[in-house]
Design a protein around this ligand. Structure first.
Ligand SMILES: Cc1cc2nc3c(=O)[nH]c(=O)nc-3n(C[C@H](O)[C@H](O)[C@H](O)COP(=O)(O)O)c2cc1C
Length: 391
């Protein structure tokens, strides 16, 4: 049974003892505090999106089109009445929330990904580990509870396969292939600072620790500054794969027994192709608006994709989740679970594990409270009938 909403009592009781939370409660508040406190290069790397950032904005505004229609007199708000857990791709989660894969967490905290592994495990929710991490797959696998591995498919098949094998061996429960990033989007905030963390050797731990990648290098990167520079240049030539096709999803199906989710899908035909090629799930996402500015808000793409492949695959949602009600709306439109992105990353930068815990407990409590107050005892109560615009 869920007790995420207990965080509310905890905060009020601390208030009674004269203590107020040291971090803001809302996602917008966390972002504002991060803007004030973090190094500009780190803050802007997280906050920035592509071009004029219209799509990043649209991701949030899209939720305005829907209004929940709460039900009363159902006893759902009673203590212990709710079970928010969900099984998705064979993973049992205490709530339908996973942390989105966010690369280069070392910019925000020296143990970034392992902190997220610890906190998500403690809360019973999922973690999706980025390929572009500052910690290795193995380091995260040792600590994480239920975690999935996000693959940035490099332009070297053997390296891609090695990443997948390492993840499987380290205990990942699914592979998430991100298909919207064969190259980085045009991101003015980073461009204005001339800042790309990878060129400083950040976010490439999984490459530097990989035997296939290391075999490409003339000298081990630890040996000298020149060797590290050469390794970074090798990374530059390896990162993106412009040639990825549905057949590669099929190929991945042969490489691993794990469930496969394709992340970054917006068009229903692409979703169909991925499922035809063997994907078990698609994640409707526009990468938080970081890739194609002016592209559709992720939430606006969700209903059509659910209608197209929802009977054959799980559909997950990402890009723009900021509140518990947002989670309810995405699930009411047919998503099985959501990926939660930037707000916990700000928490990580502001206060390490405490900050990630705070940000995640806030959205979990908000979701739990909103579910109970809407008469929902579990995620199976969420369907289009919960949305006023569909009645
Ligand atoms: C700083 C940053 C780094 C990211 N790195 C990755 C990544 O390595 N792999 C990936 O699939 N998505 C990455 N994403 C996209 C997120 O997984 C997710 O799609 C996005 O954060 C959702 O938007 P939102 O945070 O505004 O809700 C990144 C996003 C941010 C903000």
């Amino acid at each position: 049974m869920s007790s995420f909403v207990d965080f509310q009592n905890e905060i009020y009781l601390s208030g009674l003892a004269g203590k107020v939370p040291s971090l803001p409660i809302t996602a917008a508040g966390l972002q504002e505090r991060a803007r004030e406190v973090l190094e500009p290069a780190a803050f802007n790397y997280v906050a920035g999106s592509a071009s004029a950032e219209r799509t990043a904005h649209s991701n949030l505004v899209a939720f305005e089109k829907y209004r929940l229609l709460p039900r009363m007199l159902r006893g759902a708000s009673a203590p212990g009445a709710r079970d928010l857990s969900v099984d998705v791709l064979g993973t049992h989660l205490a709530a339908p929330i996973l942390t989105a894969p966010i690369g280069v967490l070392g910019l925000l905290h020296e143990r970034g990904e392992t902190v997220v592994a610890d906190v998500t495990r403690e809360l019973g929710i999922g973690m999706v580990l980025s390929t572009a991490a500052s910690s290795t797959i193995e380091e995260v696998g040792e600590r994480a509870g239920d975690w999935w591995y996000q693959l940035y498919w490099p332009n070297d098949m053997e390296l891609a396969r090695s990443f997948v094998e390492r993840a499987e061996k380290s205990g990942a429960k699914a592979i998430v292939v991100t298909v919207d990033t064969p190259a980085l989007g045009w991101r003015p905030r980073d461009l204005e600072l001339g800042h790309l963390p990878f060129l400083h050797g950040q976010g490439i731990a999984n490459y530097l620790s990989d035997p296939v990648f290391r075999a490409k290098l003339a000298a081990p990167p630890e040996e000298s500054e020149d060797a590290m520079r050469a390794a970074i240049l090798t990374w530059v030539g390896t990162f993106g794969n412009h040639g990825l096709r549905p057949a590669d999803i099929h190929r991945l199906r042969d490489w691993t027994e794990l469930p496969i989710a394709v992340k970054g899908v917006l068009h229903p035909d692409d979703a169909r192709q991925c499922v035809d090629a063997g994907a078990d799930a698609v994640i409707v996402s526009n990468h938080g608006g970081r890739q194609v500015d002016g592209s559709v808000a992720a939430l606006d793409a969700l209903p059509t994709i659910v209608a197209t492949v929802g009977d054959r695959a799980d559909v997950l949602f990402d890009s723009g989740i900021r509140t518990g009600s947002d989670v309810m709306i995405a699930l009411s439109l047919g998503a099985k679970a959501v990926l939660y992105g930037r707000p916990w990353a700000y928490g990580l930068g502001l206060a390490g594990a405490d900050g990630v815990r705070h940000a995640l407990r806030c959205i979990l409590a908000d979701f739990d409270a909103a579910m109970g107050l809407s008469g929902c005892t579990g995620v199976s109560d969420l369907s289009r009938t919960m949305l006023s615009s569909y009645r």
